[in-house]
Write a protein that binds this ligand. Sequence first.
Ligand SMILES: Cc1cc2nc3c(=O)[nH]c(=O)nc-3n(C[C@H](O)[C@H](O)[C@H](O)COP(=O)(O)OP(=O)(O)OC[C@H]3O[C@@H](n4cnc5c(N)ncnc54)[C@H](O)[C@@H]3O)c2cc1C
Length: 541
Amino acid sequence: MPFSARNRATYLKTIERETYDLIVVGGGITGAGIALDAVTRGLKVCLVEKADFASGTSSRSTKLIHGGLRYLKQLEFGIVREVGQERAILYKNAPHIVLPERMLLPIIKGGSLGKRSTSLGLYVYDRLAGVEKEERRNMLTKEETLEKEPLLNQDILLGGGIYVEYRSDDARLVIEVLKTAAERGALSMNYIECQSFTHDNKGKINGALCKDIFTGKVYKIKAKKAINASGPWVDTLRKKDNSLKGKHLHLTKGIHIVVKKEKLPVKQAVYFDVQDGRMMFAIPRGNKVYIGTTDTNYTGSVDHPYATKEDVDYILSAANYMFPTANLSVDDAESSWAGLRPLIHEEGKSPSDLSRKDEIFISDSNLISIAGGKLTGYRKMAERSVNVVCKQLKLEEGYENNPCITDAIKLSGGNIDKSPEDYARDLQDDFKQFYLDDIIELVKKYGSNTEIILASAQTSFKNNLLLAEADYCIEYEMTNNASDFFIRRTGRLYFDRPKLNGNITEVDKYFNQQFGYSQEIISKNHMDFETEYEGAVSFRN
Ligand SMILES: Cc1cc2nc3c(=O)[nH]c(=O)nc-3n(C[C@H](O)[C@H](O)[C@H](O)COP(=O)(O)OP(=O)(O)OC[C@H]3O[C@@H](n4cnc5c(N)ncnc54)[C@H](O)[C@@H]3O)c2cc1C
């Protein structure tokens, strides 16, 4: 099944006509993983997402495929083991968007961990997470630590440890999973909102009423089973199902800020202590560094979380304490993003102490809701949810329960057998007219699919790489407008604003031409883009 925004009308006819084994509500990493798992077990799957794919929490994380070091502190050994193993699987299956990142852990006076406990903690972490020998922890003296990162606060530094994390691009991971699910027959659509569920005469869910956000038309989608994978909106849907009782969500907000690398020229990623006992990351990406995160209780609008001035000040103060010569001020924060963790409430626990474990709730009407969890653990979360569906289908109609096979499935773009840089060098032999840096940038987003973009730039776009990229995103990544393109598909709103500002008019025009949008839709798209842009670049109280 192609995953092209140009086929929207055809897909809408299909969803009205078919009966699905499973409807998945939510196109973040949880829903995407479930769609891929279910379709590879032979189920007929439809996924609906009310905005763009990954527009919820799954484009607003720290973008790490963690081994889960912080969970060690909370003695959640099971999580450390599982996410460590998952990390290795993801690296194998999506090597273009899961990149090893050596992380420096400074040990400081009054910090949460001393030299011995850090060494022991990283040792246990390496073993639990199944870290390869060459990537295991390395302990450093104060001098060695400063050599690795001269910007660290010398007055409080005692030493350090190096361990390996994996950096990813959360929104691109979602898209690659959805593309892979589509290749295998799943139908996933963005800008389709599940408004309510339909029921059979025993009160069990047998489908959903879903609204096309672009036209307002409501479609009845018939499905034997329904999974609610709507992240921070899980309880909103449970309420629609009249099943919000017992355990419920506890949303906490986390923000990140982006600064120019010249303002915080760290030589490498650092995971450092904050004076209140929390920990924070500073992670270089291209010519920027992003810093975060916060963890505060959240009761505001789920649709529009944003970074307040107070959030930004908290991050700046922590960063200035650890990197005193940087002297960062609010004017250095070029952009930010805010995300909501869909955690499960536990009485009396503070945001940082709440477990990140996932849980499945099954309602009387048989709505299967999954909440909690991490980007990193999405594949196992999907396996557990689809197991529930398969078990029910087996009981009800003798469905043959196929095992989960997603650990062995390469994600779209993942067919590269060398580093993205070397892969890009090989491509440049055939496409000499493009700069190597531009090709590397593409490979780190689209992996082995980069070749399609380069070829179409050459043949159809007079070597205009950006338009060829936009066209690829329309044709292969269900991208509907400039916001989808500049924010979720490419992250340029946060990491490459000059490219966005210099090209937004041309790209927007291309989208409008391709889809023949009415003036009404064009205006709505512009307004939505402005809102997201403003939300990223300005901080309110
Ligand atoms: C600040 C922060 C940092 C984090 N860092 C990391 C990290 O580094 N590594 C890691 O592994 N994890 C991290 N996480 C956790 C991780 O990001 C989340 O666990 C994960 O993204 C949740 O994905 P999800 O698909 O469940 O939710 P979401 O991504 O929010 O997806 C839910 C989707 O459902 C859609 N939806 C809602 N209602 C409807 C409806 N009625 N109809 C149709 N669609 C609907 C929404 O639009 C949304 O797109 C972080 C989280 C935060 C907040």
